[in-house]
Design a protein around this ligand. Structure first.
Ligand SMILES: Nc1ncnc2c1ncn2[C@@H]1O[C@H](COP(=O)(O)OP(=O)(O)O)[C@@H](O)[C@H]1O
Ligand SMILES: Nc1ccn([C@H]2C[C@H](O)[C@@H](COP(=O)(O)OP(=O)(O)O)O2)c(=O)n1
Length: 225
């Protein structure tokens, strides 16, 4: 396989999309874009402005009238990117409990997905991008030259997310995370797609490096200089 111009990575929460996405982006010198950030940012702004999260039209309007920027990390505090909403840094609040609790509900509205679609597609059209989410290979970038679908048991994903959140100082138990992921999986399922031409990889019991190597081997390509 020649080096893919665009790479789509889909899968449920904590399946390893961002970890693999950054490894692949670094490997090929591409940008990495986590589309979940857009849904999280919209959820955060909606909560801040007390918008009714059941009101799809109001959420879609907020998506269209808020200026979201996803930039390279501006502060070396462990962030993967800097997210601005109308110029305000909202990077870390996107991982807070209130956003985690509500983002699936916001993302489930077709009008919200439509309002955020063009932004995602524009980034994809530029090429040399690794894009992660739930519907990238099937909806956002159907022409992506490499499509990966990551999966892992909900128990494994809960273990990872609990460790990740605890490491960030969030006092949350494995059981709480398991219940939240189970709840979110059920809501996200309606917009999570395994593209017919995607490579499916279960990441249970496999290290990030092992998953990355498996993909690179499948592509049979060496790192670009
Ligand atoms: N293959 C893996 N094995 C173990 N832990 C992993 C693996 N891939 C990712 N992780 C860890 O699991 C957590 C969630 O990974 P992440 O890449 O953010 O998932 P996603 O982007 O699908 O939500 C992170 O703490 C990450 O370091
Ligand atoms: N392309 C996407 C990306 C995320 N979403 C939804 C699904 C999730 O509940 C939220 C947040 O996505 P995010 O990838 O940040 O969540 P995880 O890191 O997988 O826990 O947005 C979506 O519906 N479509």
């Amino acid at each position: 396989m020649t080096t893919p111009h665009t790479i789509a990575i889909d899968g449920p929460a904590a399946s390893g999309k961002s970890t693999l996405g950054k490894l692949l982006a670094d490997h090929f010198g591409y940008i990495y874009f986590d589309t979940g950030v857009l849904y999280r940012a919209l959820t955060y702004v909606a909560l801040e402005q007390a918008v009714d999260l059941a009101n799809a039209a109001a959420l879609a309007k907020l998506a269209q009238t808020t200026n979201f920027d996803v930039l390279a990390p501006s502060i070396a505090d462990g962030r993967q990117y800097t997210v601005l909403a109308n110029g305000n840094d909202i990077t870390w609040p996107l991982r807070a409990a209130n956003v985690e609790r509500n983002v699936s509900q916001v993302a489930a509205h077709p009008a919200v997905r439509e309002a955020l679609r063009d932004t995602q597609r524009q980034i994809g059209k530029a090429g040399h991008v690794v894009m992660a989410g739930r519907d990238i290979g099937a909806v956002i970038m159907p022409d992506a030259q490499l499509k990966i679908y990551l999966d892992a048991s909900v128990e494994e994903r809960a273990q990872r997310r609990a460790q990740e959140l605890n490491a960030r100082g969030r006092a949350i138990s494995y059981n709480e995370v398991l219940a939240d992921l189970t709840r979110r999986d059920a809501i996200d399922a309606a917009n999570t797609f395994l593209a017919a031409d995607a490579i499916t990889i279960s990441t249970d019991g496999r290290s990030p490096e092992d998953v990355f190597q498996a993909i690179v081997n499948l592509m049979g390509v060496e790192a670009q200089a």
